[in-house]
Design a protein around this ligand. Structure first.
Ligand SMILES: NC(=O)c1ccc[n+]([C@@H]2O[C@H](COP(=O)([O-])OP(=O)(O)OC[C@H]3O[C@@H](n4cnc5c(N)ncnc54)[C@H](OP(=O)(O)O)[C@@H]3O)[C@@H](O)[C@H]2O)c1
Length: 334
C-alpha cells in the first residue's frame, strides 16, 4: 500500500529538500505539500515533478499560524485520505531576528564559534507579536498550529492496527533557559523561537507517552545550520557570502554545519526508513555532515523534564478548548 506523507512548510528550504528525497526513496508515495501560499506550493510541485514525472503530489492550503486555516485543512484532509503514515511538522518562522553583532564578531574568532552558530546562545533575539487569534505568532506557528493539526487528525494518525509517525523539525537553538512553563507562549521574553522549539521537544515526548499505545510515534530532529530563507532573514545575504569561506573551513572541524537543505533534511529522511520501535523518545536526531561531505544522523539525549512536558501537554489541551470555543462563537456571530 502506498504511504501517505504530509509535509508542512514544503515549498522551500529543508521541507522542499525533504520532499525531493522522499520521492527518490519511494516512488509510490502519496505526498501532500501543505503550504500557506498556493503559488509557491504550485511552483514546488512543478519543481518536484521535473525529476519525478509520475509522482503523486497533492497540494493543501494550510496556514499553521491560523486556527481557522488549521481546522479547515484538517477537514479537507479527512475528506481526502483515510490515514496519514507520516506527518512532517516542518513549517517554522523566526520573525524580526536581532543579532548581537558585537557578540557575533567576538564569537567568530573564539573557540566558541561552532557552538555559537549551532545554538545561537547569547546571539539571537526576536520581536514577536500577536496574531489574529490573539496568540503569540511564533508559538502559534511553530508549535500550537501543529498541535491543533495533530489533535484534529487523530482519526487518520491512529487508525486501528497501524502505526503512524510525526516528525518535528526542531533546532539546537531549543534551550530550556528560554522556556517558561508559566509563559508557554513566551509573551514576556525575547527568544520566542528558542522557546517554541524547546516546547516542541517537550510536546514530542508527551505525545509518545500518551499515543504510543495507539500506534502513534513522535520524533524530533535538528537539521544543523542550513542556508535557507530563514537563515538569510537573520543576517543579510552579503554577510553570509562574506563569512561563507570561514563556514566551509569550520565544516572541516564540525559536523553540524550541514549548510545545504539536502544535507539538512538527512535526519528527516533517515527517520522515514526507520522502524518506530527502534526510536528513542528522548532523543533528538541530528542531521550531520562530515568535512568530506558525508551525511549521517546521530541521536543526542534531550535536556527535558518529564513532569514539565506533561504540564505543557495539559496547558496545550486547555488552550485548545479556549480557541475552539472562540472559533465556534465566532462562527455563530457570523
Ligand atoms: N535553516 C536552519 O539553519 C534551521 C536550523 C534549525 C531549524 N530549522 C527549522 O527548519 C524548518 C524549515 O525552515 P527552513 O530553514 O527550511 O526555512 P524556510 O525556507 O523559510 O522554510 C520555512 C517553511 O515554513 C513555511 N511557513 C512559515 N510560516 C508558515 C505558516 N504560518 N503556515 C504554513 N507554512 C509556513 C514557509 O512558507 P513560506 O514560503 O510561505 O514562508 C516555508 O515553506 C523550520 O521549522 C525552522 O525553524 C532551520
Amino acid at each position: 500500500m502506498e504511504k501517505v506523507v504530509l509535509v508542512t512548510g514544503a515549498n522551500s528550504g529543508i521541507g522542499l529538500a525533504l520532499c525531493e528525497r522522499l520521492l527518490t526513496e519511494d516512488s509510490q508515495l502519496l505526498l501532500c505539500l501543505a503550504c500557506r501560499n498556493m503559488k509557491r506550493a504550485e511552483d514546488a510541485r512543478s519543481a518536484l515533478l521535473t525529476s519525478h514525472i509520475n509522482a503523486h503530489i497533492d497540494l493543501l492550503h494550510l496556514d499553521v499560524g491560523s486556527v481557522q486555516s488549521v481546522l479547515a485543512a484538517a477537514q479537507e484532509l479527512k475528506a481526502r485520505y483515510n490515514r496519514i503514515d507520516f506527518l512532517y511538522l516542518n513549517a517554522g518562522i523566526m520573525p524580526n531576528p536581532q543579532v548581537d553583532v558585537k557578540a557575533l564578531f567576538k564569537g567568530l574568532f573564539s573557540r566558541n564559534v561552532i557552538n555559537m552558530f549551532a545554538t545561537a546562545e547569547g546571539l539571537l533575539t526576536q520581536q514577536d507579536r500577536l496574531n489574529s487569534d490573539g496568540l503569540q505568532e511564533v508559538f502559534a506557528t511553530n508549535l500550537f498550529g501543529h498541535f491543533l493539526l495533530i489533535r484534529e487528525l487523530e482519526p487518520l494518525l491512529c487508525p486501528g492496527g497501524q502505526t503512524s509517525r510525526i516528525v518535528w523539525t526542531s533546532s539546537s537553538n531549543a534551550r530550556r533557559s528560554a522556556f517558561s512553563i508559566e509563559d508557554i507562549q513566551h509573551r514576556n521574553g525575547m527568544e520566542p523561537y528558542s522557546s517554541s522549539k524547546y516546547a516542541s521537544d517537550m510536546l514530542s515526548l508527551a505525545l509518545n507517552r500518551h499515543k504510543n499505545s495507539q500506534g502513534l510515534f513522535s520524533s524530533v530532529i535538528c537539521p544543523g545550520l542550513v542556508m535557507t530563507n530563514l537563515t538569510y532573514g537573520i543576517l543579510p545575504s552579503f554577510f553570509w557570502t562574506l563569512i561563507m569561506p570561514i563556514m566551509w573551513l569550520i565544516r572541516i572541524f564540525t559536523n553540524t554545519f550541514t549548510l545545504t537543505p539536502y544535507n539538512g533534511a538527512e535526519a528527516l529522511h533517515w527517520l522515514f526508513v526507520q522502524n518506530s520501535e527502534s526510536l528513542d523518545p528522548r532523543a533528538k536526531y541530528h542531521s550531520l555532515t562530515s568535512g568530506l561531505g558525508k551525511n549521517y544522523t546521530q541521536p543526542q539525549q534531550m535536556d527535558i523534564d518529564e513532569q514539565m512536558s506533561e504540564i505543557l501537554y495539559s496547558k496545550l489541551l486547555e488552550l485548545e478548548k479556549v480557541v475552539r470555543k472562540k472559533q465556534s462563537e465566532g462562527n455563530v456571530d457570523k
